[in-house]
Design a protein around this ligand. Sequence first.
Ligand code: MLT
Length: 416
Amino acid sequence: MAYLNENYFKLKAGYLFPEIGRRVSAYCTANPEAARRLIRCGIGDVTEPLPPAVVTALHRAVDDMAMRETFKGYGPEQGYEWLRSAIAQNDFRNHGLEIADDEIFVSDGSKCDCGSILDILGNRNKIAISDPVYPVYVDTNVMAGHTGAANAAGAYAKLVYLPCRPSNGFIPEPPRKHVDVIYLCSPNNPTGAAASREQLAAWVKYALENQAIILFDAAYEAYITDPAIPHSIYEIPGARECAIEFRSFSKNGGFTGVRCAFTVVPKTLLGRTTTGERKPLHPLWSRRMTTKFNGVSYLVQRAAEALYSPEGKAQVRGLIEHYLGNAQVLRGGARKAGLKVFGGVNAPYIWVRTPKAVSSWQAFDEILTQASVVITPGSGFGSKGEGFFRISAFNSRANAEEVARRLQELKWPARP
Ligand code: MLT
């Protein structure tokens, strides 16, 4: 009988969102009436249709595939040259950031890339993650055998947790001890906080001094409204020598169902071998992609390219403004309900403190059963998320307004 990867047995219950889905389905089956008024503000999944520029590009790409002269089979695993170039030019070089076309690797999602990047990192690294955090960073390290077992609070041995609290504005500070790999997400999922230039500069300084690598998840960069907040880690001098950046079309172009993202691996970024040799990561990631991945489909890459056309850019702006408008509505509703609210200004997530003595999962249950609204319990993102819940602003405006109204009608259990 074949042996199993026993690291999987260390994982806590199910992945957060399927677990929420399971609880919501059970509730809906038992309460069909309530199920009809259910509004989902749990997983951050877009609700609005694709931008028209994307739809046109998709139709055209289908026509290309229908004719012998323009038909495409396998494409380059790293992405078509025209898309890599559009990305590097529009997202980086137009902003004065020196990123070459071949430092862009097109993929089918940032979640996959955040997990797959571990393929090219060794297993001796000390890994630092924020708490609360996007669970993928933790779970993929557990699966790869980089952690020990979890304790009762869900914290895994061997990981270095960086607490994110109201007192540090939910942005982690560099630790006093040495770590080799740091996951940073800004604007942050789940807290909605966005790191300032000074905060990111402190991290780049730390990474350069410690010869560490920053894995910078910028999936929500399009939601930044404050002009002082960096959109890319490469806005910080020195980041080309210490950071990989993950970007996604899911939350700006509405591609959660289309699937397209990209990862930036600068050629100047080095790691070391166990014998002390310094080597670039870029060829390793290229080798990994060409071996384990056959590229994103031609149709989807044409769809992504359309996001960089003048019409595409304007339509993406419209989508972002729509979701940020929802965030304002939800922030207002939660505030009027007497709750303490964070985030939702540079991010599509609102991070809400639960009333005193109400746990995150209790808040989830109360909001589900009283208001028929699905939120995400903060404790699902880590032990420091206990006492908070996350509301996603990805919804129609009518639903956001309705959720804001229902939040104000909640009756919280009396304090013990
Ligand atoms: C979330 O709700 O945290 C996100 O939708 C997860 C993701 O983007 O994978």
